[in-house]
Design a protein. Structure first.
Length: 153
């Protein structure tokens, strides 16, 4: 369908653009002008893919980089759901049910796909690592349930 060189160049371009743009949005560097953030991200991504060794490097290490980005995304999601609750000096009342549902679904999907991921750490078996992650996610669900505000009657 597509030539391999074209696909690697486009995927590297999109990857660099997404990373740079996400950094600009998260840091609120161009909060008043998102068009400037998009334009600067496009320019940086274009110059990155113009250097052919970079494209080859990205093609070789894209799966590892994507996995790291998924981990970072999950960490930021957990941080936003559980540890950012202050608005204007007072504790914000957040509904914890969506956070609990998301964590439960992530745990189920992780359990189903674990054998295909085949992740392990030195000294820890793959099954033990899944148990550790599962216990951590269940603790996060309990924290969300504990922080869930009671409805006034």
């Amino acid at each position: 369908m597509f030539e391999s060189e074209f696909l690697t160049t486009v995927s590297s371009f999109l990857f660099v653009f997404a990373i740079i743009y996400a950094i600009f949005v998260y840091s609120k560097l161009f909060s008043e002008s998102r068009n400037a953030a998009v334009l600067i991200s496009l320019v940086i991504a274009f110059f990155a893919v113009a250097y052919s060794p970079f494209v080859e490097y990205m093609q070789n290490y894209m799966p590892i980089a994507a996995l790291l980005l998924v981990i970072v995304f999950f960490a930021v999601l957990v941080k936003k759901l559980f540890f950012e609750g202050k608005e204007g000096g007072q504790k914000a009342e957040k509904d914890a049910v969506p956070a609990m549902v998301v964590l439960a679904v992530l745990l189920i999907v992780l359990g189903l796909l674990w054998s295909k991921l085949a992740l392990s750490l030195p000294g820890i078996s793959s099954e033990s690592l899944l148990w550790i992650i599962g216990i951590f996610v269940i603790i996060l669900i309990f924290i969300a349930a504990y922080k869930h505000p009671e409805k006034e009657k």
